[in-house]
Design a protein around this ligand. Structure first.
Ligand code: UT7
Length: 319
């Protein structure tokens, strides 16, 4: 039997405040019509003063642990994906550790922007297979609202805040994470970046994006990595029960599914209500579809994401 990391539970958390396109259009030169037509986004959640990447991550992690029936002290590894940590250091993962009352475990952050959850899943899964831990929390949490230029209509309407988490548990058998494929190509740094940082400007900076160029790369890279991930486990698009994609733009989701010949009904969509929550979007979508009963035990899931760097990746999971 093969030792694998199974998804034992999922959880998510959103800020209290929901903001509609109409509300944004009162302060930015945009319209509900433009945003819906070009992106599919209708709402996003924006963190309040007391809500941070760390608090949202903790809430999502608690829900995932409850769903898995696992106590915090059983967690031996926390991998948290974020590009918007509470502080430059210490890691937000150690903040979650403390908030959950876990005395000792391995805890660190992973930075791969919108692909962060896939990277974190890949790292945690291989650490579980290698024997570092039997139980891990893998979290994607972001407060992109804090790094948006609220005067740049081309970016500020696209993002939102939130967190999602999964509990991974070592188990022998057929279920679990079957394959994770990750990529990066730093030649495209300048297409999606933040114009500040501790070692350059000494400031946090604001998000900058050449949206239409990112769009072009996204469809090609995502379709390719999904094919690669399925091929690695000897499966094809017809075997897939659910696609759980990064939620950047409804048009990217539709185009990627078309390219792979996957019917749109198999794609979990949350971009309309959450907007782009970067590393949080895949686990947020996963948790929603698990809780509403669409995703069932034994289903074959493919998770995928693409983001700044560029980074991109996909995973095949027997849920
Ligand atoms: O999560 C990481 C990965 N990120 C992504 O995957 C994002 C990928 N990119 C996209 O989703 C799309 O490219 C966008 C939604 C960002 C933009 O859609 P687009 O169809 O590529 O539009 P565009 O950037 O080519 O802009 C078209 C027009 C421009 O006006 P002109 O120059 O044609 O007169 C923009 O100024 O739309 C204008 N525009 C807006 N108009 C109203 C840009 N933003 C807005 C806005 N409201 N918010």
């Amino acid at each position: 039997m093969t030792r694998r990391a199974i998804i034992a539970g999922t959880g998510s958390a959103l800020p209290v405040r929901r903001v509609s396109n109409e509300e944004l259009a009162r302060t930015v030169d945009t319209s509900d019509e433009w945003i819906v037509e070009r992106t599919g986004i209708r709402y996003r959640y924006i963190a309040g003063e007391n809500e941070t990447t760390g608090t949202l991550a903790t809430e999502a992690a608690r829900r995932a642990l409850d769903a898995a029936g696992i106590a915090p002290e059983q967690v031996k590894l926390i991998v948290l994906a974020t590009a918007t940590p509470d502080q430059t250091f210490p890691s937000t993962a150690t903040k979650v550790q403390t908030a959950l009352g876990i005395a000792d475990c391995v805890a660190f952050d992973v930075q791969a922007v919108c692909s962060g959850f896939l990277y974190a899943l890949g790292v945690a899964e291989s650490m579980i297979r290698g024997g570092t831990a039997d139980v891990a929390l893998v979290i994607g949490s972001e407060t992109f609202s804090r790094i948006l230029d609220w005067e740049d209509r081309a970016t500020c309407v696209l993002f939102g805040d939130g967190a999602g988490a999964v509990v991974l548990k070592a188990e022998e058998g057929e279920r679990g994470v079957l394959s994770v494929k990750l990529h990066a190509d730093g030649r495209h740094n300048q297409l999606l970046y933040v114009d500040g940082g501790p070692s350059t400007t000494g400031t946090v900076g604001k998000l900058r994006m050449k949206g239409s160029e990112v769009f072009r790369h996204a469809v090609v890279n995502l379709a390719t990595v999904l094919g690669e991930t399925l091929e690695a486990v000897g499966l094809s698009a017809e075997d897939v029960d659910w696609v759980v994609p990064h939620q950047a733009n409804r048009r990217i989701l539709d185009a990627t599914a078309r390219k792979l010949g996957l019917p749109p009904e198999k794609v979990i969509i949350t971009v309309d209500r959450h907007a782009n929550t970067s590393a949080a979007s895949v686990p947020l979508a996963l948790d929603e579809a698990v809780r509403d009963g669409r995703i069932k035990r034994g289903d074959l899931l493919v998770l995928e994401a693409m983001g700044g760097g560029f980074t991109w990746g996909a995973a095949a999971v027997r849920y």
